[in-house]
Design a protein around this ligand. Sequence first.
Ligand SMILES: C[S@@+](CC[C@H](N)C(=O)[O-])C[C@H]1O[C@@H](n2cnc3c(N)ncnc32)[C@H](O)[C@@H]1O
Length: 261
Amino acid sequence: MTLDTTSKRALRDFYEAEGRRFDHQASMYADSGNAEFWWHRKRLMHVQSYLYQCLEKPEVSSFIDVGCAEGYYVGLASRIRSGLDCVGVDISCAYIKKAKLRNPSADFVLCDAEFLPFKKGSFDLVLCSEVLEHVPDYSKALKELLDLGNMFVILSFPGHSFLYKILSRFPPLRKAMNRVFSYKTGHISEVTVGFVESLVQVHKMWKKLAISQSGALPIQIYKFIPSTRIIDTIDGALCNFLTRKRILGITTIQVINISTE
Ligand SMILES: C[S@@+](CC[C@H](N)C(=O)[O-])C[C@H]1O[C@@H](n2cnc3c(N)ncnc32)[C@H](O)[C@@H]1O
C-alpha cells in the first residue's frame, strides 16, 4: 500500500491496514538479538527509563499514550504503577481494538493526535512515542500534547544521521530517499529537537527539557554489524561524546522528557 500524504482519509486507511496486518510493538520490542531491532529496543529503553522516573512521583496519577498502537506502553505504565488511570489513543480502530484486548482495565479512544478530545491539563503524564513524524501538522499535534500534560510530556521521534544530512543536501536525492521512506514507514514529517525546544519556551508552564540520544550511525549500518553488543559499545561511546558536547540533532533516536519541575 502506498501513502498519500495529502489526504487524512488515506492516512487513516494506511494505519488501519497496518493495525490489521501486524503486531507492531510485539515484533519491534522482542529481544530477538536481531541487530535491526537494536534500534527499536534502544529507544524503548530510553522511553522506559523516563517512564520509571516520572511514575516514581506519587503525584502522578493519570497517564495517556498518544499513538498507542497495541497498547504496549499502557500495559507497561499500569504495571509500573498499579491504580494509575491509563488512556490510550490512536488513529487506527484495528490498533485500538488490540490495545483494549490487551489492557481491559484501561480506556482507549479513537482519535487524531492533531485534535485530542480532552481538556487542558487532563493528564499528569503524556507519552507520544514515534508518532509526530507520522502526522502532517506535527506542530499542531505537539501543541495539543503540551496543553494536555500537567506534569510531564515524554516524546520520542527519529532523527536523521549525519550521512542522511549530507546526502539530502542534493534535492533530487532527498526527494527520492524521503519518498521511499514514507511509503514504507509512514514518516511524512521531520521533527527536530530545536523545534520542540522553541515550542516549549513559548509554553510558560514547562520548565525543564531532558534529552537522551542514541543511534549516531546511519540505521542501515546496523544490518551489517553482527553483534548488538558491538553496536552498543560503538554507539554508546559516540552518543556520550555528542551529548557531552551538546551536539544534538544528528542521532537517529531522540527521546525528550519535558517537565514542569
Ligand atoms: C510507529 S507507531 C508507534 C507506536 C507506539 N507509540 C510505539 O512507540 O511503540 C505509530 C502509531 O501512531 C499511530 N498514528 C499515526 N498517525 C496518527 C495520528 N494522526 N493520530 C493518532 N495516532 C496516529 C499509528 O496508528 C501507530 O499506532
